[in-house]
Design a protein around this ligand. Structure first.
Ligand code: G
Ligand code: G
Ligand code: MN
Ligand code: NA
Length: 254
């Protein structure tokens, strides 16, 4: 099993696929976004989840080409949905530390938006606190550059990093994604509930929007609604779906 060589070929052979997980407004109940999550349709091993190959892609440097494919595919797909007259949504793409350090992500994003014809406002890029900790100067340049393009920027897994909160006002961040670990324990653990409440309050005080990830139960949803969280994403509403299934959901909600 030589996954690294296989992965190199997979990118060229069209074995990567994107799944899309709906993001819902807690005010309107409408689908307002989709997180693009990559999977690998391996010819012999079947569908491989990203946790099995993203780390490998990062170590080998393949993450640059993989990330470029994901960004291009996600933007092209969202543009196609818009062209088909479906309700306008934002597509969110995960960036990894290695990608942001190893390539000019601002130039790439500018080129992909131009090539696909997608409006920058229909693209969100998910950054992590680990990027900021790896290289604060690069993080500043990248967030400024992406902000100038008009792209929405979010912090993924918010609350799990070790960075100071000061960066939230220094950098051009638009949204916080409350990490799944806090959402999971929301209704059993008073500390997780307090943290989730504090993140929502912090976000709103700074003029940022906030989305909860990993919502699996009605009880969690109720907590988040009464706590004024803006959006939710999780298995309660839908797992990440192949493009055709996501499109059917979006069409049904039109
Ligand atoms: O879809 P799933 O829950 O299995 O994703 C597992 C992890 O893989 C998540 O942390 C997610 O952020 C990451 N991931 C999924 N797709 C991408 C991608 O296109 N690029 C990067 N860098 N990470 C991704
Ligand atoms: O790290 P990131 O936030 O990008 O990871 C997203 C991952 O979370 C995806 O792999 C996705 O499949 C997973 N995920 C999304 N919703 C839920 C959920 O409700 N419960 C659990 N356990 N995982 C979820
Ligand atoms: Mn994410
Ligand atoms: Na996350």
């Amino acid at each position: 099993l030589d996954l690294e060589n296989d992965l190199r070929r997979a990118i060229d052979n069209g074995e990567l696929v994107l799944h899309f997980q709906p993001q819902l407004s807690l005010i309107s109940g409408a689908i307002v976004g989709a997180e693009a999550l990559v999977r690998w349709q391996h010819p012999r091993h079947g569908l491989i989840p990203p946790a099995k190959f993203i780390p490998l892609a990062e170590e080998s440097g393949l993450i640059v080409r993989l990330g470029e494919w994901v960004l291009r595919q996600a933007c092209a797909q969202n543009r196609a949905w818009q062209a088909a007259g479906l309700p306008a949504i934002t597509v969110a793409v995960n960036l990894s530390v290695r990608q942001v350090i190893a390539q000019d992500i601002v130039a790439l994003t500018r080129a992909v938006l131009a090539d696909t014809g997608l409006d920058a406002r229909s693209l969100e890029l998910e950054l992590t606190e680990s990027m900021l900790m790896a290289d604060a100067e690069a993080f500043f340049r990248v967030t400024e550059g992406l902000k100038k393009l008009g792209v929405t920027l979010s912090i993924d897994d918010f609350g799990t990093g070790y960075s100071s909160l000061g960066y939230l006002k220094r950098f051009a961040i638009d949204r916080l994604k409350i990490d799944q670990s806090f959402v999971r324990d929301l209704t059993q653990d008073p500390n997780s509930a307090a943290i989730a409440r504090a993140i929502i309050s912090l976000a709103h005080s700074l003029g940022l929007a906030v989305i909860a990830e990993g919502v699996e139960s009605e009880a969690q949803l109720g907590f988040l609604c009464s706590g004024n969280c803006d959006e939710m994403q999780g298995f309660l509403f839908s797992r990440p779906l192949p493009a055709a299934d996501f499109e059917a959901l979006l069409t049904a909600g039109r």
